[in-house]
Design a protein around this ligand. Structure first.
Ligand code: GDP
Length: 477
């Protein structure tokens, strides 16, 4: 197998090129320092500037996070708000309210974290989801989970309609002054959000939102490409990410460490079914038209893997070529809510020999049948499967799926994306190699911050382009 033997993994490799700090208790979160053993090498290394900013951010989370005097003071001001304006030098916070599926949550967390780093805000996560059960804490000596006693209740019910909404502030006469008069500012980045909500992406927080100690944000997706279009952050982002195609990859390796239970699911599956194969192919199937099996989607999977030479053809005439000694083995990891596609692909390679003589084994860790949310075991399986997809060598994903984006993004893999079928027919071509390993932003702004007018935001800078799977979406390349 092509994985590094344990002994040769140096401390620098274990710490992912400086992304991670030593000093965490290893046993309480095994994945943190062991994931390097399961990876061939880092697809991209962090820049020295990113490493420096991460260390500074950790210090901020420690100084201002839950349990500190600074947090108590900020929460107390929020609780008994008298419209008393700025508290100079106080810590500033970004509370993220993630929602929808786990893939959506992960992309939202990565994006919010980058925004928090850019704006020196402490990132805290609303804990109505199972995120606290499936991820270890990323920051040393500070929790990123919002305390239960947080004064604003029912965060999941906040919408862009609330009085504190950015949407209204930005339309007011003196937005900067009105920020100071609000308890908090709510930024709604749901994909139903309005033109005015999206002006947030052009906001220079240093002049305006800086005055808001509490920023509450609702988003279910990856908004990093929009940050790259905001002139206020351009210089800093250039220094943080000299290569623009691995922002999610680096942020994800910094932030997301599965808890021991999830890590057990990952490593046992990997060691049993994937490790010893000569090559691993991931196929992620996400169907948005319902949970029943569809022939056209099976056709699409088979057409894609055949046309792109990801899986060998089978021979139909008997007798097949006798397998040579030392046959190459290919392990196929399929993920999806249904097992029907997996059964069919597996049967194809069981029923017939491959033309190349390769041995193809096909596995699917779970088939949950229906999407659920907030159930810890269900989310554990979903996370394990995204992570396992990232441990393959090549990957085919379903367009539009944030689950798939996380799978290939974590693995540093540029996927073959299957286009979303229309009218129940397999599209032609069935799939295409993506331009980069980055996730797609689904609800981008259509506004040029510099020119202050509507624009095709996929044409403003070379490293922000439209996605393969969603023509209006934006991704970093
Ligand atoms: P998206 O809807 O494809 O963008 O991905 P999300 O992860 O946001 O939401 C889909 C949810 O459905 C996941 O979080 C899981 O709860 C479930 N799900 C979808 N596909 C799979 C799969 O292949 N395996 C497992 N275990 N769960 C899945």
């Amino acid at each position: 197998a092509s994985f590094w033997p344990l002994a040769s993994t140096s401390t620098q490799e274990k710490l992912l090129g400086g992304l991670l700090v030593p000093g965490f208790d290893e046993r309480s979160c095994l994945s943190r320092y062991r994931s390097a053993f399961y990876r061939k090498n880092m697809a991209r290394s962090p820049s020295a500037h990113l490493v420096k900013r991460l260390r500074e951010h950790e210090a901020l989370q420690r100084r201002c996070g839950p349990g500190t005097e600074a947090y108590r003071a900020a929460a107390a001001r929020l609780r008994s708000w008298h419209g008393d304006g700025d508290a100079p030098g106080a810590c500033k916070y970004l509370v993220l309210v993630p929602y929808r599926g786990l893939g959506n949550n992960i992309l939202a967390m990565a994006s919010a974290f980058l925004y928090a780093v850019l704006t020196d805000r402490v990132l805290l996560l609303d804990r109505t989801t199972s995120l606290g059960d499936i991820f270890c804490e990323p920051f040393p000596g500070a929790s990123w989970l919002l305390p239960q006693s947080f004064p604003v209740r029912n965060l999941q019910n906040l919408t862009g309609e609330v009085r504190e909404s950015y949407r209204y502030l930005v339309q007011g006469d003196d937005a900067a002054a009105s920020v100071s008069r609000r308890r908090y500012v709510f930024v709604d980045l749901d994909h139903s959000c309005t033109y005015h909500d999206k002006l947030f992406f052009c906001d220079d927080e240093r002049r305006f939102l800086r005055r808001a100690p509490w920023l509450l944000m609702r988003t279910d997706g990856y908004f990093v490409p929009a940050l790259f279009l905001n002139p206020a952050y351009q210089e800093e982002l250039d220094r943080l990410f000299p290569r623009k195609d691995a922002v999610f990859y680096l942020l994800a390796h910094y932030l997301f460490h599965p808890t021991n239970k999830v890590w057990g699911l990952i490593t046992r599956f990997h060691d049993s079914y994937l490790k010893n194969a000569d090559e691993r192919l991931g196929i992620q199937i996400r169907v948005f038209d319902g949970d029943t099996p569809f022939q056209h989607i099976l056709d699409q999977i088979l057409a894609c893997t055949s046309q792109e030479h990801l899986l060998p053809d089978v021979v139909t005439q008997e007798p097949p070529r006798p397998p040579a000694a030392g046959t190459r083995s290919k392990a196929v990891l399929m993920t999806g809510l249904s097992s029907w596609y997996y059964e069919n692909v597996r049967w194809k390679y069981w029923q017939s020999a491959t033309a190349t003589g390769e041995a193809v084994s096909v596995y699917q860790p779970s088939h949950e049948e229906h999407q659920l949310s907030g159930y810890t075991t269900h989310d554990m399986k979903a996370l394990a499967e995204m992570y396992l997809l990232g441990m393959t060598d090549r990957i085919v994903t379903s367009g539009w799926s944030t689950f798939g984006y996380v799978g290939h993004g974590l693995g540093g893999l540029t996927p073959w994306v299957m286009f979303r079928p229309e009218n129940h027919t397999a599209p032609s071509p069935p799939c295409r190699r993506a331009k980069s390993m980055e996730p797609c932003m689904h609800g981008p702004p259509f506004y040029d911050c510099r020119a202050k007018q509507g624009a095709d935001t996929g044409k403003l800078v070379p490293h922000v382009q439209h996605c393969e799977d969603m023509s209006w979406g934006l991704k970093l390349v």
